[in-house]
Ligand binder design. Sequence first.
Ligand code: BG6
Length: 540
Amino acid sequence: MAVSEIIQAKAAGQVEPPPSPPVQVAEPFALIIFGATGALTHSKLLPALFSLWRGDFFGSPFVIVGVGRRDKNDNQFRDELREAAEAHGRMHAGDREAWERFAGNVVYHRADFTAADSYGKFAERLEALEKERGLGGNRLFYLATDPDRFPLIVEQLAAANLARREADRPWTRVVIEKPFGKDLASARALDEHVLRFLREEQVFRIDHYLGKETVQNLLSFRFGNAIFDPLFNNRYVDHVQITMAEVGGMEGRRGAYYDGAGALRDVVQNHLLQLLALVAMEPPASLGAKDVHDEKVKVLRNLVPRDGQEVNRWVVRGQYGAGTVDGRPVLAYREEEAVARNSATETYVALRLGVDTWRWAGVPFLLRAGKRLGRGVTEVAIEFKQPPLRLFTAVTQNGNLCDRTCNCGADCRCGIAHAEPSVLAFRIQPDEGISLSFSAKEPGMQLALQPVRMDFLYGKSFRQVLPEAYERLLLDALRGDATLFMRSDEVTTAWEFITPILEAWQGQPAPDFPNYAAGSWGPVEADRLMSGCQREWRQF
Ligand code: BG6
């Protein structure tokens, strides 16, 4: 039963509460990771699999096969993974014994996955492992390699009869890491290629943001409570702000990928548009994958503007110069390793867009994402309108009504405090939770209002440590639940919106970069995107 089905059945009173853990991979499986020596495998995938195994989520025998080009044996590979898990704080001294037992299920296969003749040998090894461990042939292939390799790997898996398009049982599934294409044309080409060898139900396009607890909670919050969603529309909402601010820059050789991508491709096309879709979508008919995907696609299809015309009016891009982050000096982007010295790649982007639907027409959605910003925060904030009649207006020192043009600035202290617009903020990370800010009467004889907050913090309300996004996504892929993955049309519809911006940029003279200092909040030019909104960009 899929998680969504269990939730629905429970809501309908049809099932007893499931035993703990409520969801398990019931069938034996082989999980094959291409790109086994890469950073993702070390820092995310293996620690997530170890956590799932320890949490008893694998109810049957399994094997994890790392495929990589470097020469090493199983033990060297296991040691390397353990050291990486320790270095990333995902394993501690007391976990050693458990790790040893888990690691018995992890093997390494050396192969040049760009060479067609290596797949035959790999097939033999995999079949032998499956036979020896009684796995029955269920296979999850995880493509964590350089994206240029995705088409070839899928094709060769099919040619070697390792991935079977026709057969439902034993199952074959393929997880494809982001980026899924570089623009609309390449995403479509990749999709067409992949779908020649696999059915859509076999393809799991990952966006790790969808695996985050707090992102999943957007749906639970909106549709699991009757009191909030009725306010999510153009009658009550002034604007929506979505922020993904990172303090990190181009650690290690990250620049080698990033310089060819930029912020718009790296996080807006996927993470930010996914957050937007979850906030703006209509209630789905069910929590099943198809219904959720259908509603998200409708939002993406209705994003405006769509043609990249006058793109500089509604999109602002930036690149960081040298600056100070957490009290230490950091390099300018163009000085980072593996970055071109005259790079025009954006490390910051802010957009003002709209969702042309009955519910959202006229409401600005302001998105911003950037590297080397003042603080690491990911948040979705719904900023509500002022009440229709402004009963609570502040009085200036000379007795006039303060209309915010009194030059006191944002921190206006005229007479009594203003009634501030209410804000509902979903904190994706850190300090995961939800807060509602609203105005309350300040104690005292005068009628003065102060903004106050009601906070829900995951850390306070729940005792469990939040699972890592990759734990949830790997578990779902192994169980065949695609709800938290991106369907083909979701990816291409997002690219349809993003590609005209990229094309417009290409036709423009090189931007005047750098235009913000590392450790700041991005280019000041982004402030003009807020024009007509009740507030400025949120400060953290
Ligand atoms: C990745 C981007 O998808 O998400 C990175 O490629 C970014 O550039 C990362 O740093 C952020 O993920 P998280 O989970 O740390 O917010």
